[in-house]
Design a protein around this ligand. Sequence first.
Ligand SMILES: Cc1cc2nc3c(=O)[nH]c(=O)nc-3n(C[C@H](O)[C@H](O)[C@H](O)COP(=O)(O)OP(=O)(O)OC[C@H]3O[C@@H](n4cnc5c(N)ncnc54)[C@H](O)[C@@H]3O)c2cc1C
Ligand SMILES: *[C@@H]1O[C@H](CO)[C@@H](O)[C@H](O)[C@H]1NC(C)=O
Ligand SMILES: *[C@@H]1O[C@H](CO)[C@@H](O)[C@H](O)[C@H]1NC(C)=O
Length: 381
Amino acid sequence: MENAVVLIVGAGPSGLAMAGCLTQHSIPYVILEREDCYASLWKKRTYDRLGLHLAKEFCFLPHKTLPPDAPTFMPKHYFLRYVDEYVSEFKINPRYHRSVESAFFDEAEKKWRIEANNTLEGSMEVYSAEFLVVATGENCEGFIPSLPGLDSFPGDILHSNRYKSGSKYKSKDVLVVGCGNSGMEIAYDLVDHGARTSIVIRSPLHVLTKELVHRGMSLLKYIPVYMVDAVITMLARLEYGDLTKYGIYKPKRGPFANKTATGRSPVIDVGTIKKIQDGEIEVVSDISSINKNNVVLKNGIEKKFDAIVFATGYRSTANKWLKDYKYALNGEGMPKNSFPEHWKGEKGLYCAGLSRRGLFGVSMDAQAIANDINKLTSGIN
Ligand SMILES: Cc1cc2nc3c(=O)[nH]c(=O)nc-3n(C[C@H](O)[C@H](O)[C@H](O)COP(=O)(O)OP(=O)(O)OC[C@H]3O[C@@H](n4cnc5c(N)ncnc54)[C@H](O)[C@@H]3O)c2cc1C
Ligand SMILES: *[C@@H]1O[C@H](CO)[C@@H](O)[C@H](O)[C@H]1NC(C)=O
Ligand SMILES: *[C@@H]1O[C@H](CO)[C@@H](O)[C@H](O)[C@H]1NC(C)=O
């Protein structure tokens, strides 16, 4: 058994930010990662054309600024280069191929006991830690809804986290399910590669350009959210016109009011709307069932597809291994305490990066957690 002061599970941006902040306080830690690299979501489970959706002032890690000439909207490789520098600057050495399988609070020892599978050697390792930080991400596992007849579909069925590019779907009929950022961008990418593309849009949504989101987020610092929403939705209307004839309806609640309330971002358009307006992407209604290649829609129409891409979101899977999750998380593996106290659990348990606030939230959490641990340990050290 190995003793650690702080044990961090996950070496994504949250785990790395934690490591950076703890280093600033000279607090030792161990970081365990199930994959063979850090930032594995960004390196292995995102599509090729992905760039950062949010402007650079919201997308950096604590204690290291971005290069002054960084583009406002960074491409993925640019952000990853910054992450590489972060890792070498803070001398972060995650232990790879360590899949954490269980963690519980040992009441007798008053410490966390963590078991990780060393998947290279196939052996279990046991750690004991005063503080445990869950940094396994809100995008840990792709979620695919169960649809009647999906098993009978003979073509490709994949979650957006396995989609790389549309190159293999040229001249194929592809259905994208889900109209968040990933679904909208994947639909665009498919058309770009010559696929005949349809997208299921089943609920109302706000569509904004990334510049409008940027402007909105900046305005939020100065004026109340309902005014930001009024200004931004008016500008969006000027940009896109009336989208209801394409099956896209605006929700009642404004884009930033909803983001503040639920953390869910408005959809950031990368050019998909133009392709919908030009008839290159067809918007279809919700799916009722699937029968071999035929997808039956709720409005009774049937269409044939060669592949279905599910951009239907993600789930946190922390509860699968974190036996005593109740000290920080709810039944869904998300923070049980509400923002902005979401990061702090009981008995030395913390969660970083689970507030649905992107890299900005990651950064805030890591700093708050490290400060808290510093306060608690400075008496001891
Ligand atoms: C397509 C896409 C685009 C995005 N674009 C943006 C953007 O532009 N701007 C923005 O701010 N945010 C964006 N995000 C949000 C993004 O998830 C966060 O910015 C960031 O990746 C969260 O970091 P994280 O470390 O919390 O989680 P992750 O990056 O998911 O990292 C978690 C790590 O934990 C590891 N892990 C999980 N379970 C275990 C286990 N049991 N044992 C050991 N290791 C484990 C995983 O392998 C992974 O490496 C995007 C997300 C997606 C999916
Ligand atoms: C540990 O990982 C190996 C390799 O992935 C796997 O074969 C084995 O079943 C795992 N062991 C446990 C106890 O989960
Ligand atoms: C607000 O967010 C919730 C939860 O994330 C989502 O289900 C809903 O559709 C969103 N509503 C609006 C008005 O965007």
